[in-house]
Write a new protein. Structure first.
Length: 563
């Protein structure tokens, strides 16, 4: 049995299929028949276009943006590029070499310019080169969008773009060598309801291809030697999991409230306007976190104001009056956006990210804020600022919003006049000055994913310090309590949109501390509602008092999970 981090609950049973990048190696021999070599190239280009068209359609269908791949097709369909390659073959080189020569020439030209957009095209051409050479050499990489049934995918690291491409129907489980419980890949696998175990050391070496595996995404265990008794045991666990889901279903359509009748808001987190359907299907009462950075990924340039406006408007209007809290661009840390050309940093999580980046790139930030404000005319929209550490950051965002409101007024463009501006509470600094921030914020939302890492000084994706990264640590619990108290004292609402908001063992404490809103993965909405319905304030206060008297994470965790 191998052990990793249980990142997405459920039991998956299936065959191991590894995703490995194969190297591109060829020897450049002069072709015997130049015309046949040119035809071999033309046919590879055709295959490239067909493959990418199909991939783009699959990405569109599952909520990702396939247009970047269509951009690749357009580039390669440009007759100039293909004719250059064919001319190169006529000089006596093979098709692989011709692709390399011509693509490298384009890469050099594009990357030598000052224009960011043009530089990004160099990245696109490098990708085209790799794919085209692989087709010529008959190197088949695993097509994530088309997998055999009952696949347990073994990868080094699951990237968000891989997750969106996944053939969900056929993936029974995911095992990775890297990544933590709150990595974005983990969050996505939970929303896809695929059992996932992350950070299994040397998984790609230790697990043979085609081996039957059992992946327990709750405990973080991966079974490689399965006898009949083990399989029967896990089929039973699978059954119990399905029964629990059926019990939770009975809470669909019911209001969210504690056992003693205190109403709570239960919202969902989304990463794209295309997740709206999942939110509506989840029975969430709004969107507590719209991670807008995904709108900026998987493309060659910033989305325009119009594109952003359409995406925000789609959610605002589609929620029919329910609230949507749109978080402004949270770039940096583990979320890279290549065309922004962020500098390499020694400590990206302590670096130039989120609101820090946005306030230094005011023009681009104004485009986003303007798109959000325009969308606010179509629904119940609020703005949330990530990674705040100082009051002046919040004030600067407020000032920008006021500037944009004045512009919209002169242009007679409607927007929600009293749009609420809240702070994502996810840094120790924000926690320490929660009272000062509460004086200027319309609401708080606690981002426990980052807050836990920053309070514990433990990288959320690093398995070696994973033992420190826990919301149950006395330090983190005190931070959460302090933030909620500051909001309560000032009379502003406080929510939580980090993954911990869906943890049934933490919920009694959150109820006791006075949290108003939980925003969770759409897949967890009914589970949270059913847990809250069993909690009353008096019992929760007693649980919180006891939990806060304990000195170690291990004791807190043992106590809360024993209840
Ligand atoms: C968080 O930090 O808790 C959060 C919700 O934001 P993200 O996971 O996108 O950093
Ligand atoms: Mg965060």
């Amino acid at each position: 049995m191998l052990k990793g981090i249980g990142a997405s609950e459920g039991v998956g049973i299936g065959k191991a299929r590894k995703l490995l990048e194969k190297p591109i190696v060829y020897t450049d021999k002069a072709p015997a028949d130049t015309a046949a070599e040119k035809e071999r190239l033309r046919s590879a280009v055709q295959t490239f276009c067909e493959k990418n068209e199909a991939r783009a359609a699959r990405m569109d269908a599952c909520g990702a943006d396939g247009d970047i791949l269509r951009g690749h097709i357009a580039m390669l369909s440009d007759p100039y590029m293909l004719s250059q390659m064919q001319e190169s073959i006529e000089t006596g080189v093979c098709a692989e070499k011709a692709v390399e020569t011509v693509c490298d020439m384009f890469i050099a030209v594009f990357s030598g310019t000052d224009d960011e957009l043009t530089q990004q095209r160099a990245v696109d051409v490098a990708d085209i080169k790799k794919q085209l050479q692989k087709i010529l050499l008959g190197i088949e990489d695993m097509d994530l969008g088309c997998l055999p049934p009952d696949t347990v995918l073994i990868v080094e690291e699951l990237t968000p773009s891989m997750t969106v491409e996944l053939d969900r129907e056929n993936v029974a489980g995911i095992v990775t060598e890297r990544g933590g419980r709150t990595s974005h890949a983990a969050i996505l696998s939970r929303s896809l309801k695929i059992p996932a175990v992350l950070s299994v050391e040397n998984a790609l070496t230790l697990i043979p291809s085609e081996k039957e595996l059992i992946v327990d995404g709750g405990t973080g265990e991966v079974y490689t030697d399965i006898d009949d008794a083990t399989k029967a045991r896990f089929l039973e666990v699978q059954k119990r999991f399905a029964e629990k889901a059926a019990r939770e279903e009975t809470y669909r359509g019911k209001p969210t409230a504690t056992k003693d009748g205190v109403p709570k808001k239960l919202y969902a987190n989304i990463g794209s306007h295309k997740d709206l359907e999942a939110v509506l299907a989840s029975d969430a009462e709004g969107v507590g976190l719209f991670r807008t950075e995904f709108l900026f990924m998987d493309r060659a340039a910033m989305p325009t104001e119009e594109e952003q406006f359409e995406a925000y408007k789609a959610v605002a209007a589609g929620l029919h009056g329910k609230e949507v809290i749109i978080r402004t661009l949270d770039v940096g840390g583990d979320k890279d956006i290549p065309y922004l050309n962020l500098k390499h940093e020694e400590n990206p999580f302590l670096g130039f990210r989120a609101v820090r980046y946005c306030l230094k790139n005011r023009d681009a930030y104004k485009v986003q804020l303007r798109a959000i404000l325009r969308a606010s005319a179509f629904g119940n929209v609020a703005v949330m600022v990530p990674l705040v550490t100082r009051v002046d950051e919040l004030l600067a965002v407020r000032a920008l919003v006021e500037e944009i409101k004045a512009e919209l007024d002169t242009q007679n463009i409607p927007y929600k006049k009293d749009i609420q501006i809240g702070v994502m509470m996810e840094t120790p600094a924000a926690c320490m000055i929660a009272d000062l921030l509460a004086a200027h914020a319309d609401f708080f939302s606690i981002g426990t994913n980052d807050l836990t890492g920053y309070i514990m000084a433990a990288d959320r994706g690093n398995a070696d310090v994973g033992y420190l990264y826990s919301t149950f640590d006395p330090a983190v619990l005190r931070a959460i309590k302090r933030i909620i108290a500051a909001a309560n004292d000032r009379g502003i609402p406080c929510g939580m949109c980090g993954e911990a908001a869906a943890d049934p063992h933490l919920l009694p404490l959150l109820v006791s501390f006075g949290l108003d809103e939980c925003s969770v993965n759409p897949a967890s909405v009914l589970s949270v509602r059913s847990t809250l319905a069993e909690l009353d304030r008096k019992t929760c206060d007693a649980i919180a008092q006891k939990a806060l008297s304990l000195e170690s994470e291990a004791e807190v965790s043992a106590y809360l999970t024993s209840l």
